[in-house]
Design a protein around this ligand. Structure first.
Ligand code: UT7
Length: 311
C-alpha cells in the first residue's frame, strides 16, 4: 500500500516584519538576528485574522492548485497550538466552511513536530481503514503567543498555514516511513506561560532547545533511514523543521546531507515550516522526481519525529 502526500496548499499573511522593523521595537539589530538565526523577515497575520482564517485560506489554495474534489475528503486533522477557541477545533471550523457534512475532524497540538505527527496519524488511519483521504492542515498564528517586548523570542516566529491531502497512490510523494517520539521531562524548556494580563507567551531555554534539536533531529534521521533500508548517502535532501539556520546546518553537517532552508523568509512557523519548505523547494525545482527527502522536527513537549519521502 503506497500512502503519501497529494499537493500542498499554502497561506502566508501579507504583512512582513523585517529585522530592521524589529530593531525599532526591541533592542536588537539585523546583524544579530541574521547571524544567530538565519532569519531576515517573517509574515504576521492581521489582529482580526485567526488561525482558522489562515487554515481556510491554505485549503482554498490547495483546491485551486490541484484537481482535488474537496468533497471526497473523509477526515480532517489540523495541527495547531494557536486555536482561537478552546473548542470547536480549527478542523471542525474548516469542515463547516467547506460544507462537508458527517466526517470526523479534530486538532492535535505537538507544536513544531506537528507535520510529522500528522503524517503518522493520517497514515495509520488509512492503513486501519478509518479513512481514505485525509485533509491535513498545519496552521499557526504564533504572533499571538509572542511577547513583542521580549527580544529573546519575538525575533524567531512567524505566521503561516499549509494544507495537504494524505491518501493512497499519492500524486506528490510517497511516505516510506514516519517515526514520532517525545519526552515531557523537557516541558519547561519550551512552553507558554500565562501572564497576569491573561495572555500566554512563549518562553524558551534557547540553548537547551538548540542542543536537543541538533542531537535529536540527527538521531531521528538516522533511525527513519535505517528503518527504510536507506543509507544516508542515498538521501538527496534534508528539509528539517525551520527554526534556526544554525541548527539546520549543524544537523546537515553531522549527517552529510544537503539542507534546504527558507527560514530566512518566514521565521519559525511551528508545524507549518516543513510543508512550507517542501512547497518552496518543489516550486524552485530543488526537489525533482525520484528524490529522496528526509524531514526531522523537534518541538515543545518535547515532541519529535522524522519522515522519509520519496518524490
Ligand atoms: O522550534 C523549536 C523552537 N526554538 C528553537 O529552535 C530555537 C532554539 N534556540 C536558538 O535558536 C538560539 O538559542 C537563540 C537564537 C534563541 C539564541 O541564540 P544564542 O546564540 O543561544 O544566544 P544567547 O541566548 O546565548 O544570547 C547571547 C546574547 C545574550 O546577551 P549576554 O547575556 O551575552 O549579554 C542575549 O541577551 O545575546 C543577547 N540577545 C540578543 N541580542 C540582540 C538575545 N536575543 C537578542 C536579540 N538581539 N534579539
Amino acid at each position: 500500500m503506497k500512502i503519501g502526500i497529494s499537493h500542498i496548499g499554502i497561506y502566508v499573511p501579507e504583512k512582513i516584519i523585517t529585522n530592521d522593523d524589529l530593531s525599532k521595537m526591541v533592542d536588537t539589530n539585523d546583524e544579530w538576528i541574521f547571524s544567530r538565526t538565519g532569519i531576515k523577515q517573517r509574515h504576521i497575520a492581521r489582529k482580526d485574522e485567526t488561525t482558522t482564517d489562515m487554515a481556510i485560506a491554505s485549503v482554498k489554495d490547495l483546491i485551486t492548485k490541484s484537481n482535488i474534489n474537496i468533497q471526497d475528503v473523509d477526515f480532517i486533522i489540523c495541527s495547531t497550538v494557536t486555536n482561537e477557541q478552546q473548542f470547536p477545533s480549527v478542523a471542525a471550523l474548516v469542515q463547516k466552511e467547506l460544507k462537508i457534512p458527517n466526517i470526523p475532524c479534530f486538532d492535535v497540538g505537538p507544536a513544531c513536530a506537528g507535520f510529522v505527527y500528522l503524517l503518522a496519524i493520517a497514515e495509520s488511519f488509512i492503513k486501519s481503514g478509518l479513512a481514505k483521504k485525509v485533509l491535513c492542515i498545519c496552521s499557526e498564528k504564533f504572533s499571538d503567543l509572542v511577547d513583542w517586548t521580549d527580544r529573546n523570542t519575538c525575533i524567531l516566529f512567524g505566521d503561516a498555514s499549509t494544507a495537504f491531502i494524505v491518501e493512497e497512490n499519492p500524486e506528490t510523494c510517497t511516505i516510506l516511513n514516519t517515526i514520532i517520539g517525545g519526552d515531557g521531562t523537557y516541558s519547561d524548556s519550551l512552553q507558554t506561560i500565562k501572564q497576569e494580563s491573561g495572555e500566554h507567551f512563549v518562553q524558551m531555554e534557547g540553548t537547551t532547545v538548540f542542543k536537543s534539536a541538533v542531537r535529536i533531529m540527527d538521531e531521528q534521521v538516522r533511525t527513519v533511514c535505517e528503518k527504510s533500508n536507506k543509507s544516508l548517502e542515498e538521501v538527496d535532501l534534508l528539509i528539517p523543521h525551520q527554526a534556526n539556520a544554525r541548527i539546520m546546518t549543524s544537523v546537515a553537517d553531522r549527517l552529510g546531507i544537503k539542507a534546504y532552508m527558507n527560514v530566512q523568509n518566514y521565521g519559525n512557523t511551528s508545524s507549518a515550516t516543513i510543508p512550507l519548505a517542501l512547497f518552496d523547494a518543489m516550486k524552485e525545482g530543488v526537489i525533482t522526481k525520484g528524490d529522496l527527502v528526509v524531514s526531522p522536527a523537534l518541538g515543545g513537549g518535547f515532541t519529535w519525529g522524522a519522515t522519509l519521502l520519496q518524490f
